[in-house]
Design a protein around this ligand. Structure first.
Ligand SMILES: Cc1cc2nc3c(=O)[nH]c(=O)nc-3n(C[C@H](O)[C@H](O)[C@H](O)COP(=O)(O)OP(=O)(O)OC[C@H]3O[C@@H](n4cnc5c(N)ncnc54)[C@H](O)[C@@H]3O)c2cc1C
Length: 350
């Protein structure tokens, strides 16, 4: 039986809270209470719990990196969210963070010994600086994300995650559409064919305001197709076909699991100013969710990746030229390379 439109109108908000971490009955937010997380004895046929770990302290002096939260959610755009729903490792020794799993993996050949936290930090920074990446694959994060389909299309290009998406064949799509405000409507960038940077001047009520308003109306018109979509599914058109007339501003959602190495790659590309603004907002939310769990790694990533600068051979020659009192110009005719060098020069203060 096909559910009615109204039954699905609040589906996005209903789906989210129904998903919780099965290992704990903690409230979704708020401070952790010392409830027990039960683990069955390895190899036990009965499956009866034999150990009880506190999420705060723990029998072995362990702490839950999510402090007992089953879900940590940040709202993004008008109806979207990024929720962290699980992490590996989940339990770490008291006083440590999930960075510890990276150090543990890196030291496997030497034995973990009794290294100081400061040495661990140095090791993580060394690993990241020298792109010894596999230890970072020992940490994993699972997210539940709701985003417009046009963002999902960009997101799915990152092939190193495990994905499970809401099925528009199996279920009716919820009527949630991304609609920016008039003030958020961006103009086509003249410098970057893929970009939209400046917003329209909506204050004066002139041509620019009218254009921004026309765009918002265009989106509103496309959203009206939803009622026809529902009507056609109710008349028996398959959901897998009926959905193809819906706009890509429609929200979808998925579970997305990825290791830290590949997540850092994703964040490097999608927190970058060249990425579309909407996906930048999602990646910043992901950053905010994982930063407290792997703070040492994220600090190193800031220093050696996000805030770093890669120089080409020609650019290094230009730096040398500037240092020797020359113009520091790039010996290259390509206009785009020239512009990129100008931006890097400004960043370097040359
Ligand atoms: C600003 C921006 C603009 C973009 N514009 C466009 C565009 O116009 N058109 C377009 O089609 N895409 C575009 N993309 C997508 C881009 O080309 C990549 O597909 C996307 O960023 C995923 O990057 P990735 O392949 O490195 O990531 P992942 O798929 O996560 O892969 C991570 C790494 O694993 C390795 N890897 C994964 N799979 C394979 C494989 N099959 N073979 C070999 N190595 C593999 C690679 O080293 C890769 O870097 C754009 C991306 C950005 C950030």
């Amino acid at each position: 039986m096909i559910p009615t439109a109204s039954a699905y109108s609040a589906a996005m908000s209903e789906i989210a809270p129904s998903i919780s971490n099965p290992s704990t009955e903690q409230p979704l937010t708020g401070p952790a209470k010392p409830v027990a997380v039960e683990a069955a004895q390895p190899g036990s046929r009965s499956g009866k719990p034999v150990h009880r770990y506190s999420v705060e302290g723990g029998k072995e002096g362990q702490v839950d990196v999510m402090h007992g939260d089953a879900r940590r959610e940040i709202k993004v755009l008008d109806h979207g969210f990024v929720a962290l729903v699980d992490a590996m490792p989940r339990l770490v020794p008291t006083g440590q963070t999930a960075d510890q799993a990276i150090v543990q993996a890196a030291r496997v050949s030497y034995g973990h010994g009794t290294k100081q936290v400061s040495e661990d930090r140095g090791l993580i920074r060394y690993l990241l600086r020298h792109r010894h990446t596999t230890p970072f694959e020992m940490v994993e994060f699972k997210f539940h994300i709701a985003m417009p389909i046009f963002i999902a299309r960009q997101w799915i290009r990152h092939r190193t995650a495990n994905v499970n998406e809401y099925s528009g064949r199996y279920s009716v799509m919820p009527d949630k559409f991304y609609r920016p405000t008039m003030e958020q409507v961006r103009k086509q960038s003249s410098a970057n064919r893929q970009g939209g940077e400046q917003t329209f001047d909506t204050g004066g009520g002139g041509d620019e305001a009218a254009t921004a308003e026309a765009f918002i109306q265009f989106l509103a018109d496309s959203e009206k197709l939803y009622e026809r979509y529902i009507g056609l599914t109710e008349k028996g058109v398959s959901r897998e076909l009926a959905r193809i007339g819906l706009p890509v501003s429609l929200y979808t959602q998925w579970y997305w699991k990825i290791d830290l190495h590949n997540l850092l790659h994703f964040l490097s590309l999608r927190m970058d100013a060249h990425a579309q603004e909407e996906i930048q907002l999602y990646s910043r939310a992901m950053y905010d969710l994982i930063q407290p769990i792997v703070p040492v790694t994220m600090e190193a990533w800031h220093d050696y990746a996000l805030e770093s600068l890669r120089l080409t051979r020609l650019e290094i020659e230009a730096v040398k030229d500037a240092a020797a009192g020359g113009s520091g110009n790039l010996k290259c005719d390509n206009k785009r390379e020239q512009a990129e060098w100008a931006a890097k020069r400004a960043k370097l203060g040359l």
